[in-house]
Design a protein around this ligand. Structure first.
Ligand SMILES: Cc1cc2nc3c(=O)[nH]c(=O)nc-3n(C[C@H](O)[C@H](O)[C@H](O)COP(=O)(O)O)c2cc1C
Length: 277
């Protein structure tokens, strides 16, 4: 396929480069306790471990949301279903300070569990957050690294497998804007494909890891259940841990002991034991 180089102009990321994104409505309180709500998509998971789960969120530094978070230290990330795209857009309008955008939508504010800003009842997936770190990027947005105080989901969702949950939640995908005015969204859940990540031909279900000391068979089994992208890192950490304890071989007992000391929770350990990625 023939290619052409594209001239990079201001707002290239919204006008030309497509990157499908999460759609959320972030709720905050200003310092006087007034509710503010606005859509945000610049969100990425940051710390995957259970002890310090974090998200990274990017804001225009002049936005009410950023100001409120800096002043109060708290916010809620609400993921609305596709049926609420118009309401989500309504919260994006440049209302004057102090206007509660939710009054112009069908969203219902409900108390959050661990923070003061409200959550939105219609959203099946919600993260209650507090500030861990604020980074003001020169000539750019403010990045907030947030502690996740709670992940709250509509009852029943957590027990569904991902395919079923995707259909039920019906979350839209943001496809960016044009001219800072026309926002594109995809309703994805009617056309979802699932692809299995297969092992390479001849590959052990473990991929290659370089081991420095011998591993007991049961410990090896546990290691093979660690997702391949993390396996070498986990292997080296467990070996260092075992060596520090004076061991010359990695045993399953040591592996589990390290995981517990590092705050790897029992559910993740169960995945290691049963080999489900
Ligand atoms: C779908 C969508 C996603 C958006 N994502 C972001 C974002 O990630 N960061 C940002 O600074 N603004 C984003 N915006 C723009 C803000 O929502 C907009 O500037 C809003 O008026 C800010 O409101 P506030 O001043 O009450 O915070 C987005 C807008 C839409 C419609």
């Amino acid at each position: 396929m023939a290619k052409e180089e594209i001239k990079i102009k201001p707002f290239w990321y919204s006008d030309i480069w497509l990157f499908p994104k999460l759609i959320t409505v972030i709720t905050t309180l200003d310092k006087d306790g007034n509710v503010n709500a606005a859509p945000y998509s610049h969100i990425m998971q940051y710390d995957v471990m259970a002890k310090t789960p974090r998200m990274m969120v990017g804001f225009r530094q002049e936005s009410h949301t950023f100001t409120n978070i800096v002043e109060t230290g708290e916010f809620v990330i609400n993921c609305p279903p596709a049926d609420y795209l118009d309401d989500m857009m309504e919260t994006a309008r440049f209302w004057p300070e102090g206007v509660n955008e939710l009054d112009h939508t069908r969203f219902t504010p409900i108390p959050s569990l661990h923070v003061k800003p409200p959550s939105l009842a219609e959203c099946p997936q919600i993260a209650e957050c507090t500030v861990h770190e604020i980074i003001r990027l020169p000539k750019s947005s403010g990045i907030i690294i947030a502690n996740i105080e709670a992940i709250v989901m509509e009852e029943g969702l957590k027990d569904m497998d991902r395919g079923e949950r995707i259909q039920k939640m019906d979350l839209p995908v943001g496809l960016g804007d044009q001219n800072r005015r026309y926002y594109y969204h995809a309703k994805t859940t009617s056309d979802v494909t699932m692809h299995e990540l297969e092992e390479p031909p001849g590959g052990q279900k473990g991929g290659k890891v370089k081991m420095d000391i011998p591993w007991e068979a049961a410990a090896q089994k546990g290691l093979m259940a660690v997702p391949t992208t993390m396996r070498q890192m986990v292997c080296t950490s467990v070996e260092d841990f075992a060596k520090n304890k004076g061991d010359t071989e990695v045993t399953a007992k040591r592996f589990i002991q390290m995981s517990e000391e590092y705050g790897i929770d029992s559910e993740l350990m169960e995945r290691f034991r049963t080999g489900t990625d």
